[in-house]
Unconditional design. Sequence first.
Lengths: 308, 311
Amino acid sequence: MKTATAAPPGGAPATAPRRVRRHLPTSPWLFLAPGLLAVTAFSLAPFLLTVGNSFTDNRTLVPGGFVGLANFRELLHDEMFWTGLRNSALYVLVTVPLLVLLPLLLAVLVQRHIPGITFFRAAFYTPVVASVVVVGLIWSWLLDDRGLVNGILEALGAGPVGFLSDPWLLLLSAMLLTVWKGLGYYMIVYLAALTNVPRELHEAAAVDGAGAVRRFVTVTVPALRNTMVLVAALSSVSAFKVFSEVYLLAGENGGPAGEDITLVQLVQQVGTGLNGRVGYASALSVVVFVVTLGLMLLVLRANRKEDA
Amino acid sequence: MSATTARPAPAAGPEPHDQKRRSTRPSAARPGRAFGSRPPAWRTALRYLLLVAVFALMVGPFLWQLSTSLKGPGEDIYSYPPRLLPSDATLDNYAGVARIIPVWDYALNSLTVAVASVLTNLVGASLAGYALARLRFKGRGAALTVFIMAMLVPLESIIIAQFTLARALHVNNTLLGVVLPGAVGALNVLLMRNAFSGLPYEVEEAALVDGANVWQRFVRIALPSVKGTLAVVAIFSFMTAWDDFLWPLIVLSDPANFTLTVGLNYLHGTFADNQRLVAAGTIIAVLPLIVMFACLQRYFFRGVGEGAVKG
């Protein structure tokens, strides 16, 4: 009889404790309460509030009313919006290809277990650990008119370059800052994926006479395609939401005449402060959300198409 | 101090995690020699050359900042050729930056926020993760969906609403207001759920038969088995909170309550021309994390793997 209870014929052995009460019906919800409360209150509710606010002319201190699509219509005629959208889109176009390719090369460079390699891996990861503010201030000193980079350029006879005064160079500098800070993170992502590439593939290619470059293109890249898509998705989403790098290099107005402002900085500029236009900033936020989601879907879909 | 900045690895170097990766060649062979499938020496040399070049690019800027922060007023920081080693190293700039902004108070504020964030994330994420992975109840799928949806909402797109909310709760301009939005990260909940899901059922079943209730099973059996993931959650919560900039910038208005990142931005905006002081401030902000990274390197790397797969 005892055996029958513990392991009914043909049944899974783990069915015995079913008669024991596993937990009170309320226990799961007590376990979930802090987490659910936090994400509902500080992510989902603000999201719904953002969508709701985007149809109003609320201000920080003055509640407004429903204005329909007026905020979105205003966007279309707002020069700052188009500047911000252009800069955020350019950010994606420039940084994503670099962040898909360079960390992969770096991962291949640190892949072999040669003496000291853990030291180099850790060193390349250091910029990831540092706050973007620290990194921004370090580079604004390096790229200063009298900073180290211009010192070297002048010694080479290239004269001082206005990295932080020319609007285009400033945006480009911020992009390179983002790439520099992200290299180590994606290097580790690739490094984990590289360990799964069968060594036999490399050996077979080597036997066929393929050099290192050829093996990289014909073996490594195809084997890591899914990881590359993942990196493209992650880096394009974070590139479009860029705020800090440009803010730190360009200042709170987004460059000399606001030419370097990004979409998220525009949200911050328009929506905060005592006279913040919460309604309009929410409409801008909705655009940020929609584009971010679109970018993610686009990358994932590109991946699926190539699979088919 | 430069030793700390430059050498995070040796501390973690002999750690087993690296050897765990599939060893691809016999351990008896020594690198750099052309044994068997071993690359020729010139290629190993080239590899080291590249490694050193990338090292200069990735760590050099930090060392330059450290060097600037140690140079006294008598030394020309703009001189060319550049001098990495200060001719007359001094800590005066660290005292100097503390005279113009309350940098140690800011550091304490950052520490408070980071530690609070670690605690709330550990508690909230492990409880919720355990329920999602191990308890059977109606609505589990819905609860999971809530966390996944929360993870997909970009923080930057809800920041104005979060500010509205913080004002409604009267926590704007307080450290509590800084902590709340990141109190329980949805990604951390999912990481904990995965960790608990990976545990074998048998031990918990045995405890169940012995009459252990759900709380006892959670605290005595499940939690001790996921220490690695708990460490990952703790470290990434600390780093995220310590490094965060956009949200504290929005929610804190009174300079007395600034965290280090917002304080540094203020310092840079007000005393931009005093590079030595700004440099000292940035070193104060970055050093704790570099030390932490040097000691706990493998958890940082592990977190990247788990976070990237999920996120």
